[in-house]
Design a protein. Structure first.
Length: 256
């Protein structure tokens, strides 16, 4: 550091020149400076410093869903494909985990084939279930890096399991997301709802009009109608106007 630079720093008040001794050959670096990267000042102080993308509702229905998740411990999000049900639920789960409001995230999905049989898959149980649970991994990787997702799963802070593995459990201090609930029967949904423990939030998402089960077997519509009468449960019904995918999706769903 040159003498000119030191004089300029002393003139601007970045350090006190009395810290230096006249006859010393070793000069100590300044320690009390007016600027710090950890202490933003001015207009930049209000700037978002997080690496995760901020969640913003793109429709009135999505805003209603976000507010319901913040206010209730049990939320049912029903609506057509492309309305952001799963993405918003997992995004709020990651937000709660990062903020320390919950101790873990539990994601569950029924292992139901969408109209075609894929036969016997090789590998361990995780390999066999991977195709069914892939949409949950995609939503997680969009909020967190895959490296962090794998680290959190190794620590047990994120758990992804099919619906059949949820029986007999009590989920305390957890954020639970049940995806594709239209492929669950009434008995399965009743079992899942009774897994809710203390200090936990459960979000159930699905589209009653897109069930892969036989007609009349899906229990999502019946369960939503029954729980809608409870004041402590929020049932958010998204519409075609809330679809945030390609505009053709809303147009096609309107005629199909």
């Amino acid at each position: 550091m040159t003498k000119r630079a030191l004089k300029r720093m002393a003139r601007e008040g970045e350090f006190n020149s009395s810290q230096f001794e006249e006859e010393s050959k070793v000069r100590r670096l300044p320690v009390d400076r007016s600027w710090s990267p950890l202490r933003a000042q001015g207009p930049e102080a209000e700037r978002e410093q997080g690496y995760m993308k901020t969640i913003k509702a793109k429709s009135d229905g999505q805003m209603e869903l976000i507010q319901a998740i913040d206010a209730r411990n049990l939320v049912l999000a029903l609506g057509p494909a492309g309305t952001g049900k799963t993405y918003l639920a997992i995004a709020k789960a990651v937000e709660a985990l990062e903020a320390g409001r919950v101790g873990r995230i539990v994601l569950s999905r029924p292992a139901v084939e969408a109209g075609e049989s894929i036969g016997f898959l090789p590998g361990e149980m995780e390999d066999k279930l991977a195709p069914y649970l892939r949409p949950l991994y995609d939503a997680l990787s969009d909020r967190l890096s895959m490296k962090r997702v794998r680290a959190l799963m190794a620590e047990g802070l994120i758990e992804i399991a099919p619906v059949g593995f949820m029986r007999g459990r009590t989920l305390n201090n957890a954020f639970v997301v049940i995806d594709e609930a239209q492929n669950c029967t009434y008995v399965q949904l009743k079992m899942l709802l009774t897994r809710l423990g203390w200090h936990s939030t459960m979000v159930i998402t699905g589209d009653p009009n897109q069930s892969d089960l036989l007609p009349g077997v899906s229990g999502l519509g019946d369960v939503a109608n029954r729980l809608e009468t409870l004041s402590d449960v929020s049932v958010v019904r998204l519409r075609d106007a809330d679809i945030v995918r390609h505009p053709l999706v809303a147009s096609m769903l309107g005629v199909l």
